[in-house]
Design a protein around this ligand. Structure first.
Ligand code: HEC
Ligand code: HEC
Ligand code: HEC
Ligand code: HEC
Ligand code: HEC
Ligand code: HEC
Ligand code: HEC
Length: 501
């Protein structure tokens, strides 16, 4: 990928100009301002409206990542910010294409190579005013600009990503329409309301009778769980406000770890553990305390009023005395376990949060809400295998494997189930059986490069190198920047080079 970085720089500048030209007028908010000036102006001040941008304005910097002996540097140029790294035998420089985050805690960065988006291994931490590696790269031996940016990342941070179907990280130009998260992400499709602007012709999350659909509006981005499994034929991006997440995908969550830390993007999980949520029968939701169109001018007084909305009648008068800041005791800020130098507000609303390591009653992996019954086993089995392999948790993998043997009978043409089963078989050193499944998936979805790569891996394991290389070439023809395929090809070339006289 190294040699492409100069070309990428040039492409980047051209793409940036095109993006600037097309951004005007694509944001939904402009269609609402005439009639809802207060909501539009208020929402524009929120962090969500500023969740992505194309101009990196963080200060220049340089630092050494000791773990990988890599020297990173960041500097501004007239064409935009350039991020680069150097370590023995390797170096690269990339222009920043997108800045992720409003900077409330941190900024993340994306680079663009051709029509591919990749994650930068760098973050700028606002509180410390400091550059460091991004969360997840702390113990990387060769941090690089090579992790693909899937649509999920942009669906949570941008208005309308434009992924090219059947690819991992390729996007149309521009990669996102509009900019920050727009009105319709919480209010659903706007066309009916535009034709007939009356109450009821657009989703008002607070009025959704189905509390699961109401909660889903915020959960689409504020509930990452351990894994999200799309229903057959669906993609995460198909979700629209007004639906339940489970109409499109299931989220699987793990037991909360004990101790005084929280996980990033887990506000929904934490809140569900609170006595307030459990005892108020669906009355308490994100919207009880947060109005996306209005930042509280006096946060302590504002949140106190929210608490007293339910607790005024039963609290001791002295406990609820005027001026007491409920949040400072019951929702303190805690360091994020996986968020890199950031602290988040503890949404578990504990009696004595400092003293208790709240532990959920859950064990292992569990659906946040169950999908319809015909999908339960399928979605859970895929979740178990995905998370089990990721965390090297063999009990989960075995449980998923057993379920999948049944699932593929019910869903014989489902690429996700077949691929999960094949992946387990390959790990269990049954490459011939895995190959049968991987080849079937290729017949179902011939254009998706990672499926070819799976078959190549099984063939390698079977010592059928020639055929493996053919599959690898096919994968790289479909996607020349598919990182695992690039690595495997380089390895094969090196092996062949070494054996030359
Ligand atoms: C031509 C004027 C007009 C435009 C443009 C318009 N609205 Fe409305 N909207 C209204 C009126 C009128 C109501 C009803 C207000 C009321 O009852 O207080 C309404 C109500 C709403 C409600 C509450 C619905 C309910 O059932 O509680 C939402 C949400 C809403 N609009 C969002 C939007 C969004 C988002 C846009 C931009 C895509 C938009 N509106 C564009 C006039 C408009
Ligand atoms: C399309 C994704 C998305 C949806 C939908 C969404 N959020 Fe967010 N939200 C984010 C992201 C991303 C951030 C972090 C923004 C940043 O700082 O860059 C955020 C930040 C916030 C914040 C902290 C910053 C602030 O502006 O106060 C609150 C509170 C919040 N969201 C509440 C909600 C609530 C309530 C809902 C549902 C009604 C919701 N969000 C729906 C993505 C989303
Ligand atoms: C499931 C939705 C989701 C996904 C996927 C996701 N994020 Fe986030 N991200 C959030 C939310 C919500 C926040 C706000 C903090 C929180 O809730 O923990 C956030 C916070 C951040 C922040 C800090 C923002 C600030 O203003 O302080 C950065 C940077 C960030 N994410 C980068 C990324 C990148 C880069 C990716 C993909 C490679 C990604 N995120 C994937 C939902 C998501
Ligand atoms: C992050 C989610 C989110 C986004 C983004 C969002 N809204 Fe809302 N909106 C809500 C929620 C939640 C409510 C219900 C508030 C309540 O009544 O508690 C609401 C209510 C409304 C209402 C009805 C207000 C009333 O008094 O009943 C209007 C109008 C509205 N939104 C317009 C907009 C417009 C215009 C935008 C874009 C500029 C927008 N919203 C963006 C979540 C969102
Ligand atoms: C929608 C209603 C509602 C809101 C809003 C609400 N609570 Fe609660 N809360 C409850 C209910 C119901 C209980 C369980 C019965 C009880 O202890 O009163 C509870 C319990 C608690 C408990 C006891 C926790 C335990 O583990 O025993 C604390 C502390 C608490 N709430 C604090 C707060 C604070 C602080 C706020 C505001 C930030 C708040 N609540 C907002 C409904 C709510
Ligand atoms: C009982 C009140 C309450 C409820 C309900 C609530 N929050 Fe919060 N939230 C807070 C308070 C208080 C803060 C800290 C605000 C501040 O520092 O100004 C906060 C902060 C946040 C932030 C900013 C990052 C952080 O952790 O400090 C996000 C994001 C957020 N909430 C998301 C959510 C989501 C999503 C939901 C629903 C699952 C939700 N909140 C429900 C009270 C609440
Ligand atoms: C100085 C810290 C502090 C402040 C400020 C504070 N609390 Fe508490 N609160 C506590 C402690 C400690 C307990 C546990 C008392 C116990 O276990 O006997 C508690 C208990 C509670 C309970 C459970 C009461 C019960 O009888 O079961 C509720 C509800 C509650 N607080 C709500 C609030 C609300 C609402 C506010 C703001 C008006 C608030 N608290 C302000 C420290 C505080």
């Amino acid at each position: 990928m190294r040699e492409t970085s100069v070309r990428a720089l040039f492409l980047q500048i051209v793409l940036r100009l095109m993006l600037a030209a097309s951004a005007a007028g694509t944001n939904t908010a402009e269609r609402c301002a005439a009639c809802h000036p207060k909501e539009v102006a208020g929402y524009e001040k929120s962090a969500m409206a500023a969740s992505i941008s194309t101009t990196a304005s963080q200060p220049d910097g340089a630092f050494e990542h000791a773990y990988s002996k890599t020297r990173f540097s960041i500097h501004a140029t007239p064409g935009g910010q350039i991020q680069s790294f150097q370590r023995p035998g390797e170096s690269a420089a990339y222009p920043v294409a997108y800045v992720i985050g409003s900077g409330a805690h941190a900024f993340g960065f994306l680079v663009q190579i051709g029509d591919h988006l990749f994650q930068s291994p760098l973050s700028y931490y606002t509180g410390l005013a400091q550059w460091d590696v991004a969360p997840g790269y702390e113990e990387s031996k060769r941090p690089d600009f090579s992790r693909p940016v899937t649509p999920e990342c942009l669906l949570c941070h941008a208005d309308k990503p434009q992924p090219i179907p059947e690819t991992v990280n390729r996007y149309r130009t521009p990669a996102v329409l509009g900019a920050g998260i727009s009105c319709d992400r919480c209010h659903g499709p706007v066309e009916a309301h535009a034709k007939n602007p009356v109450p009821g012709s657009i989703v008002n999350p607070a009025k959704l009778q189905d509390t699961a659909a109401r909660d889903s509006v915020c959960e689409q981005c504020h509930l990452a769980g351990e894994v999200r499994v799309p229903n057959p034929g669906k993609a995460i991006g198909d979700f629209q406000a007004g639906q339940r997440l489970e109409d499109i995908y299931s989220v699987y969550v793990a037991a909360q770890p004990p101790g005084g830390t929280v996980k990033v993007i887990s506000h929904a999980e934490q809140l569900s553990l609170s006595a307030c949520a459990r005892a108020s029968r669906g009355k308490l939701w994100c919207g009880t305390c947060h109005d996306p169109h209005q930042r509280p001018a006096e946060p302590a007084a504002y949140f106190r009023e929210r608490c007293l909305g339910c607790h005024a009648a039963t609290l001791e008068p002295s406990h609820a005395a005027a001026g007491r800041d409920c949040v400072s005791c019951h929702m303190p800020r805690l360091a994020a376990r996986d968020g890199g130098h950031t602290a988040f507000t503890d949404h578990r609303i504990a009696r004595q949060p400092q003293a208790q390591g709240l532990k959920s009653e859950q064990d292992g992996l569990k659906a946040w809400r169950e999908p319809e019954s015909r999908l339960r086993d399928r979605n859970l089995a895929i979740a178990l295998v995905t998370v089990g392999l990721q965390d090297a948790h063999s009990a989960e993998v075995i449980r998923g494997y057993k379920m999948l043997n049944q699932v593929v009978k019910a869903y014989p043409d489902d690429p996700a189930s077949l691929t999960s089963l094949g992946t387990v078989l390959l790990r269990a050193r049954q490459p011939a059986e895995a190959l049968l499944l991987f080849d079937k998936v290729i017949r179902l979805k011939p254009d998706y490069a990672p499926y070819r790569m799976n078959a190549a891996l099984a063939l390698m394991e079977l010592s059928r190198k020639g055929e493996a290389e053919r599959r690898l070439d096919q994968a790289l023809e479909l996607d020349p920047l598919l990182e695992p395929a690039v690595q495997l090809r380089n390895r094969l070339h090196k092996e062949r080079g070494d054996s030359l006289p």
